[in-house]
Design a binder for this molecule. Structure first.
Ligand SMILES: C[S@@+](CC[C@H](N)C(=O)[O-])C[C@H]1O[C@@H](n2cnc3c(N)ncnc32)[C@H](O)[C@@H]1O
Length: 268
């Protein structure tokens, strides 16, 4: 079957999604598919199977299995959150905030996207990353091996698995923690609510529970003048800024003008 006919045969999905699904199913670049090529029966069947997954609400990124993030790419599946553009902005803020960091910590690492992008950028830094989910740590370690980047991934609760000798020595802490309140879950888009890990999204009844704990413990791990940058919910910015008051906390906007990040600097 010709690729152009196949692309036109799924009018209920967006054109760009259909192109990406056919590229994923066939292993061919979408520019080749738009020129019109003959596809094998196997390619057509694989495409139809992916279309059914997408129709059932599976996020496109899980179907494709890989997501670009800053200077790297990470593999993603149902065990980890799909990295978002806002978190790429967090990565850029972090790069601008520090110069030649020696020790970097990423809390709630998921696929390892932030930790690996930072290690790619700051090659001589020792980078540690933690996550409560053993599944997420498996994905992050796979991504590190694929990228050839040396990051220490540790399973456990926030700072708890970090080696004690890092206390007071960390130049940069980053985190995109769970920050959704339980009451906000019904308002999430269905593909997020039904497919991404609950543990990655929901912090507790109020939504700021994990950020509150990060803010309480961060001063003990940062070195004097060290920086912490966390992604936050635009609905909880005033409370979260209050949690970070000891670290001279400031709120930054994302590209759509929402209060999305808290930045704190440890006293010198
Ligand atoms: C919003 S996802 C962020 C994933 C990734 N950093 C990103 O930016 O795409 C939050 C992650 O925090 C992890 N997590 C939830 N509670 C945690 C805790 N108490 N300690 C460590 N990790 C936790 C979840 O398993 C999930 O992988």
């Amino acid at each position: 079957m010709n690729s152009l006919d196949l692309l036109r045969s799924v009018p209920d999905l967006a054109d760009h999604e259909v192109r990406r699904l056919l590229a994923a199913a066939s292993g061919r670049h979408w520019t080749e598919l738009l020129l019109g090529v003959e596809l094998t029966t196997g390619e057509v069947e694989a495409f139809r199977a992916l279309v059914e997954k997408r129709r059932a609400g599976e996020p496109l990124q899980y179907i494709e299995g890989v997501v670009p993030f800053g200077p790297i790419e990470v593999a993603v599946d149902r065990r980890v959150l799909i990295p978002r553009p806002e978190t790429e902005q967090l990565f850029e803020l972090a790069c601008d905030a520090v110069e030649a960091p020696q020790v970097i910590v990423d809390l709630c690492t998921g696929s390892g996207n932030l930790a690996l992008a930072l290690k790619h950028t700051f090659r001589t830094a020792a980078v540690y990353a933690t996550d409560l989910s053993a599944d997420a740590i498996d994905v992050a370690r796979y991504n590190a091996a694929e990228a050839g980047l040396d990051v220490t991934f540790l399973e456990g609760d926030l700072f708890e698995p970090l080696p004690e000798h890092l206390r007071g020595r960390v130049d940069l802490i980053v985190s995109n923690p769970p920050y959704i309140a339980e009451s906000e879950v019904p308002d999430l888009p269905a593909d997020v609510r039904d497919h991404e890990p609950h543990m990655a999204l929901v912090a507790g009844p109020a939504g700021d529970e994990v950020l509150r704990r990060i803010a309480a413990d961060a001063p003990g791990w940062l070195k004097p003048g060290g920086t912490i940058i966390c992604e936050i919910s635009e609905f909880h910015a005033p409370e979260v800024a209050g949690h970070f008051a000891d670290l001279d906390g400031a709120i930054e906007m994302d590209l759509s003008g929402k209060e999305r990040f808290v930045i704190g600097v440890a006293p010198r």
